[in-house]
Design a protein. Sequence first.
Length: 467
Amino acid sequence: MKNCDNPVYQVLQYITTLLTNALVLEPSSTPVSDGTATPVSCNSDAGNDKEEELQPEGASSSTPKRQKLFFDVREMLKNHPDGGAIESEMDDGLLSSQSRIKAVRIFVSHLMEKYGDRPKSHIKEALARSIIVQFPKLKGDGHGYEAWYTTSIAQHVATGYLEERLRNVRKRTAKKNQLFSPQRKSELNHSTASSSSSLENDEEAIDPAEVEAMTQWLKHNKEPLSQVRDYQRKTARKRLSWIKDNPDKPVKEIFVQYPRLLDTPGLISMDFAVLKPGSEDHLFHLWTPGLAKSILQYADKQNDWSRHLGVQLDNNTDDEICNIALQCLPCIFPTGSHKIKGKSRRATINEAISSFVDARKIGTNIPAYLENVKNKQPFVLVLGARVKPEQVFVIIEREAIPQDSLLKAVDLCFKCFYVYDIDYPWQTCNSWQFLQSAIFGIEGIAKATSSSVMSLKAFLKIKRKPE
């Protein structure tokens, strides 16, 4: 019989117990979903993405690793009035565009209730995967769920029905929360609001593969014009996302990828309307003779602008006054400055004027002019008198785009900065910033509004008040 009171025996027994416990693995329990739609806590640590296990939404887990969520998609559909019909189509693998739009809205609504309007990529991917698992006839190539959600890779943004719907919801929410100045008339937004909604609905109904096919078609076709404009509208978001996500691409390469922007009138304005809905016609609505006269009145107090422009006010028409006031802007605001070899250099007023609207004589050889152009592009070129030019062009990447009037040229030039995602010319940044803030109603781009711009805006606000 062993002596349990022996100290040596007790030590050996204690060591044996420790070794035995160290070899025992605690069995993992498999949680069972109760079918509820309760969000689970996910560890967002990138190092925990390996060896993930499928986890029903709402289940808990003792492991700190991120679990792959599993959404009960059929339960989501059953809670919707049209869910039965949609579920039947999804079971058959033949989902109509109308039913798909409804289904996407149902799924995204569920996502937003649990995770807000910016759920993490692994959550969106889990929902897309769950759709295919429960409706296998909808499975496509690759993982099978890419049509519903494809995560961003390198320079390619996230895509898919779920992602596009979330973007549209965020866009509409931001638009509702946008504050307009008291002088902004609500009538200016009516026509754009309807076209913007139509675009959102079209894009939700279009398969990503169709969007890519339309993009390729546009590369090789200039007509029929109605089809060009239709395809351009339907591919706008993909195109604008590509431009935004490729800031290092020169404008010339954008022309290669999307040539219709350059050679088809009206398409740049269409894309601008997608970026800044409701503001695309503001320059035409707001740049009135009354506003122009107020700007010239303000300019009289700043410097000898008429000498710099080489024009005189003398019984001018309303159109001429509007032309003069536009070109007067670089004379009103301080010119821009930039560093050259470590030294700061400020542009002269004449340099600022020519970088905004360059004026040349009638008969100027345009090809030769384009070959030798040195101004930062885009900018406006007029041939003839500044007051009433004979020809007007927007110059961008050594290409001359003809325009019907100076106002249309300035409007197009401004929109090019946004559609092509390029900076204002440093010489005349304040002039464009004034148009951005006071006319187009776009605030908070790049940096704070300059004091000179705020001063002119304050003056114009006083002038608009009834006496």
